[in-house]
Design a protein around this ligand. Structure first.
Ligand code: FE2
Length: 449
């Protein structure tokens, strides 16, 4: 049992190449932040499109504020630019619902602030040593800030999905699934595997350390659950029958009158959905998205299955039964390429179930990375030996039974912000995120050799 001995490509780079890599990653993140915020007018940037979300202009200046605090002040040791706004953009000080009432920077001011911070951060990148401190080892702080900006870019994409009005975002369609029959499920053999990482330079504290976990044999769907399959559950009365739902799930379903995935609506001619302002028929072959954990759990019960645990998900995604090694991604150790996964907002929807054959795991499980975040049945907690870094509020304060772990990233997630070990978490009632799921089950007698 071991983790990949090669610890990701970053460690092999010269200091100059590492700086160039970081500059490229920061620039790509910024291009996306700019595209998502230039797509709407100032009024739209200031407006709160949903109580669940910040105004886009808050996200924008918050991105700059974090970059200023970590890269300019901490790593660079430079003078603060705007210490007066630290508090305004501290996510822990102000819940999202309250943010529109704050004296926020306006769109022009926020954009100018972002440019000023970036100029200084790139100067720090040129001059700061990339070793000597854990925060700068392999440019960790720059990696953390890149991921942070990309995470807010996904959050801003979710805000776009909640926004009313004419479509403003456009992207080409994702690839179709290749034709031909594939198995719907695979057996993942039982035994130990290495979960988490101690080697990935830009992995966050909650992904660490690498540790061995014994996962008994289980059966996993080879693709996420599709809208077509979900529609059978819905049309079959899945939302009406309490027996499929956990107690908490049923209370939520009743209390909020949940009767279909978010953004779905029933019309006289069937079910439709709205996606980034476009009304369209439900795409039957596409993974279902915008379902809560509770809906995923109810579907799995209806199907006679269950949701995978987080360890099962990661084993299916990383374990190579031939070498016994845990890989960085389902397809191997290489960084995600376009053929591997639907990532990076290249497409504004999940690809059909069964797409991306080049990205499948050794056991033939597809779309573990990209397309939709996948709910797991596991509560968010620290791995054995967890140590908060660089601050407790990154993950530790969220550990506990209120949050469920999601894995794998969505079409809205950038490659810089997802890995085979990457862990996301959210409340089980959340539906505005790009989350779907796949099912697992215990093997039947005779299925395990
Ligand atoms: Fe943030």
């Amino acid at each position: 049992m071991s983790e990949t001995p090669e610890s990701g490509p970053l460690l092999e780079l010269s200091s100059q190449d590492l700086r160039a890599h970081v500059a490229g990653a920061l620039t790509r993140a910024r291009a996306r932040s700019v595209a998502l915020t230039d797509a709407v007018d100032d009024e739209d940037l200031i407006r709160q499109h949903s109580k669940l979300m910040s105004p886009l202009v808050w996200d924008l200046a918050h991105i700059g504020s974090q970059e200023e605090q970590w890269l300019v002040r901490d790593v660079g040791g430079r003078e603060p630019l705007r210490p007066d706004i630290d508090d305004l953009y501290d996510a822990f000080q102000h819940p999202r619902a309250d943010r529109p009432a704050l004296p926020l920077l306006g769109p022009a001011e926020a954009r100018a602030y972002l440019r000023e911070v970036r100029e200084k951060a790139l100067d720090v990148l040129e001059k700061a040593p990339m070793s000597g401190r854990r925060l700068t080892e392999s440019a960790f702080a720059f990696g953390m800030i890149t991921q942070h900006e990309q995470q807010h870019d996904e959050t801003m994409l979710a805000t776009h999905q909640l926004r009313q009005g004419e479509p403003v975002l456009h992207a080409p369609e994702p690839p179709r699934a290749p034709s031909g029959r594939r198995p719907a499920e695979v057996l993942v053999p039982g035994g130990r595997f290495t979960m988490g990482t101690s080697a990935e330079p830009w992995a966050l504290d909650n992904e660490r350390p690498a540790h061995e976990v014994d996962v008994p044999a289980f059966v996993l769907d080879t693709t996420p659950v599709t809208c077509g399959a979900y529609l059978e559950f819905l049309d079959g009365g899945g939302y009406a029958e309490q027996r499929f739902w956990s107690a908490a799930g049923w209370a939520y379903r009743q209390g909020h009158d949940i009767t279909a995935p978010r953004f779905w609506h029933r019309e006289p001619d069937g079910w439709w959905r709205t996606r980034f302002g476009v009304r369209e028929p439900i795409p039957l072959r596409e993974p279902v998205v915008h379902v809560s954990y509770y809906e995923a759990e109810a579907y799995a019960n209806w199907a006679g299955k269950r949701l995978p645990t987080e360890a099962e998900w990661e084993k299916a995604a990383r374990f190579d039964p031939v070498s016994g090694r845990s890989r960085r991604f389902p397809w191997g150790d290489e960084e995600p390429a376009e053929a591997h996964a639907n990532l990076g907002q290249r497409h504004l929807r999940p690809a059909e179930a069964g797409a991306y054959p080049a990205g499948q795991s050794p056991l033939g499980v597809r779309q573990l990375i990209g397309d939709v975040w996948e709910w797991t049945s596991t509560d968010f907690h620290g791995y054995p030996g967890f140590a908060a870094f660089p601050y407790r509020e990154y993950s530790e304060v969220f550990f506990g039974p209120e949050y469920k772990v999601l894995r794998g990233g969505s079409f809205g997630t950038d490659a810089a912000a997802v890995r085979g070990t990457f862990r996301n978490w959210d409340y089980p009632i959340r539906r505005q995120i790009f989350a779907g799921f796949r099912c697992a089950r215990d093997p039947r007698p005779g299925e395990v050799a």
